[in-house]
Design a protein around this ligand. Structure first.
Ligand SMILES: NC(=O)c1ccc[n+]([C@@H]2O[C@H](COP(=O)([O-])OP(=O)(O)OC[C@H]3O[C@@H](n4cnc5c(N)ncnc54)[C@H](O)[C@@H]3O)[C@@H](O)[C@H]2O)c1
Length: 451
């Protein structure tokens, strides 16, 4: 059997050899044989070859772009493993005007912490403007519900990711908001250096669960997270905006606070993980700007309120509103004479966008200069929600600043920005959102029992 096979192969080979190597004096009959041979034996191979070549040249360009990006020396700068996500939605198309904005090219924008309170409002505005937005959030204090209305829009992507890990995204701008921002996070036992791990709990954003060193998380997000996002900005040539805070002024000795004031921060207090974390983040941003030529923008945000704030997160406006709606007494810490200024979220978002699009690095104070004592705020909440709401005094918290009021002349002059929503106009908008979130479940259950 095997010898027969060998024999047949040898026969075929010798016949092929004859056809391939015709003698110099070939006859017409031999030419006809050759054409017949070509059509019969070689045509299928030719067709397969053409098909393979078409496939190869069609796929090659995209593969070679990826290979170039992978081999880039910039990529090798990161020592940590990098999560790579390629934009699925439409990317910037040269010459195409965005929806609603004539002549402006849409941008690819990363919003870290975009599922949070401020971030989700910012995302709404960017999407409205016609940009492509990627939200990176680990849902530590943010909620998917805040951006749910953008799901399915090809210009929107939501990525669950912790910014303390590197990530590679091709974007033009980075708004860096990811950071646990409420006081609940930095009220911890300084001796044991442990406090609760906070998870999303459906209605309330925060739930105290397992024990981890909170100062570590807070600091790690501010420092390592900011470092990662600055590294990304450097790598892809994006402009970077840091959302810093009025807390960098600590318990201020200057009033109102202007950007030239260096602050009065307790470096070893219970709030210092947040305050010093943000101060370090500002330092890193400026170092990347000076040292690596990164385009950075720094916003120092003063107390902001509005719909989608976490309920029960320990911030004074959300505390008062939730308490009044639940018919609980409003808790005032200390004598209630400490002052704060309260900015409505849409004003802040306008300021952040102007800062990002403008030519100035900052830092810029973004806040409402209208100054209220805690007792005055409690009265506005009473007027808006329940005139009979009681006020309960509690001992003040450690390192609570006595006064806070932004000097916004720099933002007025260089960004042409100033807040336009007063506390009395903004508060009812927040109240209806809180009322809906607090009582939606109760109504739903009542409806079910009636049915
Ligand atoms: N709201 C204010 O009054 C105020 C005042 C000053 C500064 N800021 C700053 O503005 C930014 C937004 O604040 P906010 O009020 O919207 O707070 P928020 O808690 O509602 O939003 C923060 C978001 O960041 C996310 N996040 C936290 N750690 C993360 C991590 N390691 N990786 C990925 N995502 C992470 C959270 O899940 C959340 O969605 C923060 O940087 C905060 O410090 C806010």
């Amino acid at each position: 059997m095997s010898s027969e096979l060998i024999h047949r192969t040898q026969t075929r080979e010798s016949s092929h050899r004859t056809s391939y190597s015709p003698p110099a004096s070939s006859t017409p009959q031999k030419s006809i044989n050759r054409i017949g041979y070509m059509l019969r034996d070689r045509l299928p191979f030719l067709l397969v070859g053409v098909a393979l070549a078409t496939l190869f040249f069609h796929v090659l360009p995209s593969r070679s772009i990826l290979a170039t990006a992978r081999d880039s020396p910039l990529e090798t700068q990161l020592t940590l493993p990098t999560r790579r996500v390629l934009m699925e939605g439409p990317i910037e198309k040269k010459g195409r005007a965005p929806v609603g904005v004539k002549g402006r090219k849409p941008k690819r924008i990363l919003v870290t912490g975009g599922a949070g309170f401020v971030g989700s409002h910012l995302v709404d505005r960017l999407m409205e403007r016609g940009d492509s937005v990627i939200v990176v959030d680990n849902f530590f204090t943010g909620r998917k519900e805040n951006v749910l209305h953008h799901m399915g829009n090809p210009n929107f992507e939501l990525i669950r990711h912790d910014v303390v890990e590197p990530i590679l995204l091709e974007v033009d701008q980075i708004y860096h908001l990811a950071c646990p921002a409420s006081p609940v996070h930095y009220k911890f036992n300084p001796v044991k250096t442990i406090i609760s791990f906070i998870v999303h709990d459906g209605l309330d954003c925060l739930k105290l669960e397992s024990l981890i060193p909170m100062w570590f998380l807070e600091h790690k997000t501010n420092v390592v997270g900011t470092l990662n996002m600055l590294g990304l900005a450097k790598r892809v040539g994006a402009r970077f905006l840091l959302t810093s805070t009025s807390e960098v002024y600590g318990d201020p000795l200057q009033h109102p606070q202007s950007e030239t004031y260096w602050g009065n921060v307790n470096p070893i207090g219970v709030r210092s993980c947040y305050d010093e974390g943000k101060r370090t983040a500002e330092t890193l941003a400026m170092d990347y700007h000076r040292g690596a030529g990164i385009e950075v923008r720094i916003a120092r945000i003063f107390n902001t309120y509005g719909p989608r704030m976490c309920i029960d997160d320990g911030r004074v406006v959300s505390n008062f509103v939730a308490q009044a709606l639940r018919k609980e007494p409003l808790t005032v810490y200390g004598d209630g004479k400490q002052t704060r200024s309260f900015q409505y979220v849409s004003d802040l978002v306008e300021g952040l966008m102007r800062l990002m699009e403008g030519d100035h690095v900052g830092p810029f104070n973004l806040g409402n200069p209208g100054e209220f004592t805690m007792l005055e705020l409690a009265q506005v909440v009473q007027e808006t929600i329940d005139p009979n709401a009681k006020i309960e005094f509690r001992p003040n918290t450690e390192d609570d600043p006595h006064k806070r009021k932004p000097d916004i002349s720099k933002a007025k002059e260089l960004l042409g920005w100033q807040p336009s929503v007063s506390l009395r106009d903004g508060l009812p908008l927040m109240v209806s959102d809180f009322r809906q979130r607090l009582f939606a479940d109760a109504k739903l259950n009542a409806g079910k029992s009636v049915a």
